[in-house]
Write a protein that binds this ligand. Sequence first.
Ligand code: TRP
Ligand code: SF4
Length: 400
Amino acid sequence: MFADRVLSGMRPTGSLHLGHYHGVLKNWVKLQRQHECLFFVADWHALTTHYDSPEIIEQNVWDMVVDWLAAGVDPSQAILFIQSKVPAHAELYLLLSMMTPLGWLERVPTYKDQQEKLSEKDLSTFGFLGYPLLQSADILIYRANLVPVGEDQAPHLEFTREISRRFNHIYGKELGFEEKAEQAVKKLGSKKSKLYTELRTLYQEQGDEYALEKAKSLLNEQQNLSLGDRERLYGYLEGGGKMILSEPETLLTEAPRMPGLDGQKMSKSYNNTISLREDPENIRKKIRTMPTDPARVRRSDPGDPAKCPVWQFHLVYSDDATREWVQQGCKNAGIGCLDCKTPVIDKILAEQEPMLERIKKYEEDPTLVRNIIADGCEKANKLAEETMRDVRAAMGLSYS
Ligand code: TRP
Ligand code: SF4
């Protein structure tokens, strides 16, 4: 019933690196060409774990948006905004909290995992427990049906679907649903309303699927129905109520494991990253000094790419011919490690060049980025309001 809408968010916890580019941003850039996309800075989510260091949030927010733009996320194709600038996320979070069983939150696997992993912080807070619910509000408020995330976020999406189902189950029957549905039936005109009623009875009393299909196509052909009536008539057919919130699908981002400079996964906490806007000279230096197979002490010692983090970079960046050259040259000591690193350096710099080019104008004039975000926030607020109207009405809050 709703067209595809993609939504994803990122916490502003530091400058983005090649791992983010290959794991997330390249995928966003692809998606923005195919669907309506909303991408946002999850600044409230950052506060759930960084509540005691708010000073890092603001600079990170703007830096992150510039990194997105560098990567090719395009504000003329996607809506870019900041979570806290769309306060309705918080309103929906609050309203959903009324019907969210505590046990559901406590059982989300990331809850205990992260608490243990970040044990230096006190995360026995209400905000941290509510992390997945805030994420549900982010998604449900736009009725987004596609959410590109990494594997680690899959439990949050599962949780979101359960919340959506529970909400529709409890509130989907609007007050006086039956009467309103009957009135909508009348609006079909006498012939069609008679047909609709017959088909509905056939389906409900005899489970006649064919009748259900026919009734649906009858509704499809009606052009003068209001959106509300259309939803009611669909819901009424199958005996349910209105679908107020939709159920999002997880678009799993397969992470091409971007290696860090030390061979571990690239991550800020391992201090092994190359950031997107890193100074090119620095990139050269970092690659030149990165460790190689420890067996190659001297140039004449043969090595094994399987034991070398540089090889991981060739897997991301090099074509077959170059890889073959590395395999041979390493194993028979035909090439030196600096030779081996050169094509990697070239590829990373070539990948970076258009990024630096894209953001020149934003670095010269920071108000451009502010304007992009202001525009995105305005659009997001409008879309969020469409859902909030229905949610408030369903929860008895639509009086004025
Ligand atoms: N929790 C996500 C992460 O850490 C960020 C996020 C917040 C998000 N809200 C979202 C992702 C909504 C997708 C949809 O990566
Ligand atoms: Fe690593 Fe290349 Fe040196 Fe072999 S030649 S050890 S793959 S850097």
